[in-house]
Design a protein around this ligand. Sequence first.
Ligand code: PLP
Length: 387
Amino acid sequence: MKTINRRNWIKSSLFTLGGLAVAPSIPSFAESKSTFASKSALREELPKFPFNEARMFARLNANENPYGPAPKVIQAISESLVLGNRYGHGDAFTLIGMIAEKEGVSPDHIMLGPGSSDLLEKIAFVRFMQGGNVVSADPSYMSLIHTAQSMGATWKPVLLTADHAHDLDAMASAVDGETKLVYVCNPNNPTGSITNSSELRDFCKTVSPKAPVFVDEAYLEFLEDPESHSMVGLVAEGHDVIVARTFSKIHGMAGLRIGYIVAQPERIKSITSKVRSTMGLCVTSLKGAIASMKEQEFLQNCRTLNAESRNFVSKEITSLGYEDIPSHTSFIIFPIAMEGQKFMKSMYEKGVGIRVFNIHEKPWCRVSMGTMEEMEIFVESFIAVTA
Ligand code: PLP
């Protein structure tokens, strides 16, 4: 990514401050429609204009970690380049052992993939080969759902509650004899909201005998006490729960592509009997992930800096009259008062990448947390664009 030079940005940015548009407050998704919607409440507004990511001043559109990878990870990767002629099986073995120890399970409970996307897709391929249905929240992260649908599965979306948590009672009721998987994203993307972990634990215990519960914990590590919110302990207890984690977010390794699932050994075997796991991984990423797992101070620093950026943005947009959903992740989402495509284009013209989602046909801005300097650029651009 291009290094930010704030002075350059100010020079190139022709912003003016003026009167603000009337900001919308957050509508309750739960009240917007009946619990079981016929189509998704979420529709991404995709850019209809050309843009060059390399020329952005603040790339805040993909929930990337601006601080990573850790210096020791970069060093480990650099040193591993000469091993590029060898397969990384030994390193995969080492990494699986480290993850198993951390998560309190034996290594046969772990499967690696080039990013958790790969594992979300692979589980969807395996579970929905014979159709069936998938239950998940709406709005939520759609990667697994889209793959399931492409395999012929029916999606049973369940609207979030008024406080943007998973409606666990309604999701449990949606599970039927045809349900092949329940997907829970906690904390949730794109809302940034969290579902109470003890309620989710009870839900997993009740529902998993009927259908495996897949809990996507991509953003878990941005919480102050991640382990207490994780569902991974349920796997160790023998429940049919699949937990996904990624090195893309707090570890700052999105471009290096590495993630894992923790699940019952028979669930792992149901995938690895059809497709291979570690074969998709580079020796560089494996060495990097092994190094990153030891970088606890770096991870805590990312957590702290992310929270500082999040508090700053939340405070700034609140002072402008906007209302964000309290975020537990590395991004913030809030409703905007401007036509979505026009807003996005104006922000990109200022060199600020963001995402626009229409939720129940109303435009929302999702902004990833960058450095404080990037967030200042975001806020100043936002003021200029919405003035
Ligand atoms: N799950 C969630 C909730 C995400 O937001 C993302 C990426 O943004 C992923 C999974 C996939 O991440 P990756 O494939 O980089 O591990």
